[in-house]
Design a protein around this ligand. Structure first.
Ligand code: ADP
Ligand code: ZN
Length: 566
């Protein structure tokens, strides 16, 4: 069944669709020819031999003669008639028996064979392969990782047991090896012992098997994404070096962004001693102040390098207003961050949070709020069999009067956590419409729905694909950071050759690429200079740490291609 589906999928691809068009034109031409012969047949029969036939009889005669079947039930009895019949037979042989099969072969069979030969998935990697990342299990998270690996030019390969999935991935330019992920021979074929990292993103039980198999062969570090956080220990036992309970991380993250009690910073990246973190403005004493009035740099030493508002990153100036619903992106040291948290931790606020959806993410958010403690109400239409702690209100969260009856009008924050993006968009829009001041944080499963959630009125959106992708990339790049907020990329680059000797002001990096310089790592200096002055001259062995959207990072990479040493 799968084979038929894959062949069908092949036939729906661009080139074949075009070929089908040519075939249809040819069939129309043949039909026209048969029709013409039928009309001529009737004409000749009547004028040459005085016999009358219907058009259907004419079509029947033309087809039997053209296909050389010639039943002989209707025949001419005159020389011109014989000549006409001979012409029809010869043209039938040429157009139906020679050109048609030839067309079918050249338009369909040959491209299909060519496609199959050129797209035969690999069963192993070339023997010289090393330093690659091996990815087992493709979903929105690993697709996001693949995009990041491509931008960073880190070699990788996907291993899948599903040949059809392999072909589809290969079509999108991904290196694929088809084989069972738990077969030692397959693992040897993908040079697991030479790999830089192994990403296990199968089901928890398959991941355990994969870890055990890989461990029996080599010491390559393994990162496993775990579906149920409590299975983490088993994965460690099986040999995983790092286990990522993505749903729990997402739940915690959403909870930190929904409560207004004591804002907490989230480290999103780090470069040596320099950490980049984000923290909501609400819950801090800076809400409503301009950046210069906030005195953040004077009191803590931290630089505010970006403001993140409903999905848009802006680069602040001294006069920029710190709005309550924005997130600040900060650069500095861990100690400086702690001093900021001390300032914000003193803020206490009355809070009530509604959590819509009590799956793994909703349950983790609830546990986080429990620990703070912040009062919350969970709503779900069904029981969560893995949770013994929380008692939700049962019902459909899209039914507004159920939420009203449960007291949503008193809530300050709302966490939308179902794993269906459409439901989340619906719930966000309905809640924003009903309560313009409530703080809404929402989970997206696919990256492409993040924008819709912001458009529906969410204050903060985080997609599991992007969080998972950036956690994995940070581990692969040996960073200690947690993860990046959707849409903000912070990256390190050596000074491009064309900029050596230029000052930051004259480099025009921001104008050309939209990226902004967060810090400068000077050769021989232990600590990076956070937000260096515009007069600073860029030197050959220095490195820049930049901030920008993923698109701006791509523009930077195009403008200043990495040299192999970077
Ligand atoms: P995850 O475990 O990744 O968080 P789940 O699908 O297990 O994802 O959890 C989503 C939860 O949201 C489920 O428990 C489901 O019952 C709940 N849910 C989905 N839609 C609604 C809805 N309209 N109203 C209430 N609960 C919902
Ligand atoms: Zn729970």
């Amino acid at each position: 069944m799968k084979t038929i589906a894959s062949e069908l999928a092949y036939f729906l691809r661009g080139r074949v669709v075009k070929n089908i068009k040519y075939l249809v034109y040819y069939c129309i031409f043949l039909a026209g020819m048969i029709f013409l012969y039928a009309v001529l047949f009737r004409y000749f029969m009547w004028h040459l031999e005085g016999r009358e036939f219907s058009l259907i009889a004419g079509i029947y005669w033309s087809i039997t003669v053209m296909t050389t079947l010639g039943f002989g039930d209707i025949t001419f009895h005159s020389d011109p008639g014989y000549i006409f019949a001979a012409v029809v037979t010869v043209s039938g042989v040429v157009f139906l028996l020679i050109i048609l099969p030839f067309t079918l072969v050249s338009l369909f069979l040959a491209p299909w064979i060519e496609y199959r030969l050129s797209h035969r998935p690999e069963v192993e990697l070339p023997p010289e392969t090393s330093g690659h990342v091996l990815i087992f299990g493709v979903d929105s998270v690993t697709r996001n990782l693949i995009r990041r690996l491509k931008i960073r030019q880190i070699p990788f390969a996907v291993v899948t047991a599903d040949a059809n999935e392999g072909l589809n991935l290969e079509d999108s330019g991904v290196k694929v090896v088809v084989g069972s992920p738990t077969d030692p021979e397959v693992l040897q074929g993908v040079r697991v012992s030479e790999a830089r990292y192994l990403i296990a993103n199968l089901s928890d039980s398959e991941n355990v098997n994969l870890c055990l198999t890989a461990r029996s062969l080599c010491e390559t570090p393994i990162v496993a994404l775990v579906s149920e956080a409590e299975h983490g220990d088993l994965l460690h036992l099986a040999g995983a070096n790092q286990v990522i309970p993505l749903h729990k991380i997402l739940g915690n993250y959403l909870a930190t962004r929904a409560t207004t009690k004591g804002a907490m910073a989230h480290i999103i990246d780090s470069f040596g001693k320099l950490v980049i973190a984000e923290i909501p403005v609400h819950g801090t004493p800076f809400s409503g102040l301009s950046l210069s009035e906030s005195l953040i740099r004077q009191h803590t030493g931290l630089a505010v390098i970006g403001l993140w508002e409903r999905g848009n990153l802006t680069l602040p100036t001294a006069d920029t207003l710190l709005k309550d619903d924005a997130l600040m992106v900060l650069a500095g040291t861990r100690e400086q961050l702690e001093s900021l948290e001390k300032l914000t931790g003193e803020q206490a606020d009355e809070d009530l949070i509604f959590i819509l959806g009590h799956g793994r993410v909703g349950c983790a958010a609830a546990s986080f709020l429990d620990r703070k403690p912040v009062p919350f109400i969970l709503v779900d239409r069904q029981e969560n069999p893995y949770c013994e702690e929380h008692i939700p209100i049962y019902g459909d969260a899209t039914v507004r009067h159920l939420l009203k009856k449960s007291g949503i009008d008193k809530a300050r924050g709302l966490i939308v956590t179902t794993n269906d993006d459409n439901t989340n968009i619906f719930l966000t829009l309905a809640s924003r419409h009903a309560q313009s001041h409530i703080r809404i944080v929402a989970r997206a499963t696919a990256d492409e729905n993040v924008a819709q959630l912001y458009a529906a009125g969410a204050d903060f959106v985080v997609s599991s694909a992007s969080v998972g992708g950036s956690i994995l990339l940070n581990i692969i790049e040996s960073k200690t950071s947690v993860f990046l907020t959707e849409g903000i990329n912070i990256f390190r680059r050596s000074i491009p050759a064309v900029l050596v000797g230029k000052s930051i002001a004259s480099s025009n990096i921001r104008e050309k690429t939209g990226c902004s310089i967060v810090a400068l790592e000077s050769h021989g200096e232990a600590d990076p200079v956070v937000v260096p002055s515009p007069e600073t001259v860029l030197k050959k062995d220095d490195a820049l740490i930049l901030i920008g959207s993923p698109m701006q990072e791509e523009v930077f990479s195009k403008f200043y291609p990495k040299n192999p040493k970077n």
